[in-house]
Ligand binder design. Structure first.
Ligand code: GH3
Ligand code: MG
Ligand code: MG
Ligand code: MG
Length: 303
């Protein structure tokens, strides 16, 4: 195992015969971070840990879990389903190769392999992986504020809802809307408005302390923060801290009926998810609290 260098891609080599793992590791470790596993279960253990793997070189015939079973597991798991797999197998009949590709492998290399060809094929798959990672990132980030977007939020809400349902722990949500943003745009101009959105987004991101919490741009001048496994009381405190942080930016807004600077209103709610309820319930509750904060005079937290 080599040390991870920043931005270096990672390859997991899986083979029950040490000589194969060794030859591949020698060829690839000068270029990539290499992990090795001597069986199917060992491979899954690495893939299920926090390690990020960009490509798997996978033997098919192994005594414990075979390559097909490993690939099936990779594709069924949210965290690993987009990792490309290259089968490297002594099963060299055309039907075997076709079966491997139909199973979802990106490429198929027969043994005995030519190491130069293996390196070229690995390089091709990793270059594709880099491009698809970039596209995936761009698809999930809001272009203006650079925080995760609505699309990412929808995915994350669904994921955290299911996760908190399994652990019977509360999922909390904060919805935040800039007060009197229309008169700000009307008087200071739309690009000045855009700058406010960027500042608000970066303030929210900076105020997030727990690694599981995340802020998203929900739309227009509305942001949403998801706080998995966080109590209602803690979430109210986070919301109040965010409200204060934005007020402390002290951005002049002469045309606001609230204060002479930019303020925000926030709604908070918290649910221990159960299977019969939809994640949208939490969103509706939180939106209702935001509505209450607006009606009660803005620049405040309601929950
Ligand atoms: P309230 O206190 O009730 O929230 O009042 P408001 O004026 O903020 O609410 P309203 O929903 O009427 O206005 C939202 C404004 O946000 C209108 C829209 O032009 C502006 N807005 C939405 N997206 C953007 C954006 O990307 N950039 C800029 N500059 N303005 C935006
Ligand atoms: Mg084998
Ligand atoms: Mg709004
Ligand atoms: Mg508003």
């Amino acid at each position: 195992m080599t040390n991870a260098i920043d931005n270096q891609q990672s390859v997991l080599i899986v083979d029950d015969q040490n000589i194969n793992t060794l030859v591949l590791e020698n060829a690839l470790s000068p270029l990539y971070t290499v992990y090795t596993a001597n069986g199917g279960q060992a491979a899954l253990n690495i893939l299920h840990s926090q390690t990020s793997i960009d490509l798997v070189l996978l033997d098919i015939q192994m005594p414990d879990l075979d390559g097909y079973q490993v690939l099936l597991d990779i594709r069924q798991n949210d965290a690993t389903k987009n990792i490309p797999v290259i089968f490297i197998s002594a099963k060299d009949a055309a039907e075997d190769e076709a079966k491997g590709l139909e199973f979802g492998a990106m490429d198929y290399i027969t043994k005995p392999f030519n190491i130069t060809v293996v390196k070229a094929r690995v390089r091709n798959q990793l270059s594709l992986k880099k491009k698809s990672d970039l596209l995936e990132k761009l698809a999930n980030i809001d272009g203006l504020t650079e925080v995760p977007n609505r699309r990412r939020y929808d995915e994350k809400l669904d994921l955290e809802w299911r996760r908190c349902a399994r652990s019977s722990s509360p999922l909390s949500m904060i919805m935040l809307d800039i007060d009197a943003f229309k008169p700000f745009n009307d008087n200071y101009g739309h690009s000045a408005g855009d700058e406010i959105l960027k500042q608000v987004a970066s303030t929210l991101s900076k105020k997030i302390r727990r690694s599981g919490d995340e802020a998203f741009r929900y739309g227009g001048e509305e942001f949403v923060i998801l706080l998995p496994e966080t109590s209602f009381e803690s979430s109210i405190r986070v919301a109040e801290m965010m409200r204060e942080a934005i007020e402390a930016l002290d951005i002049p807004h002469e045309y606001s009926p609230v204060e002479k600077h930019i303020t925000v209103s926030l709604g908070v709610s918290s649910i221990v998810p159960v299977a019969t309820m939809s994640a949208k319930t939490l969103q509706e509750f939180t939106d209702l609290q935001l509505y209450k904060a607006k009606n009660a005079g803005r620049n405040q937290v309601q929950g």
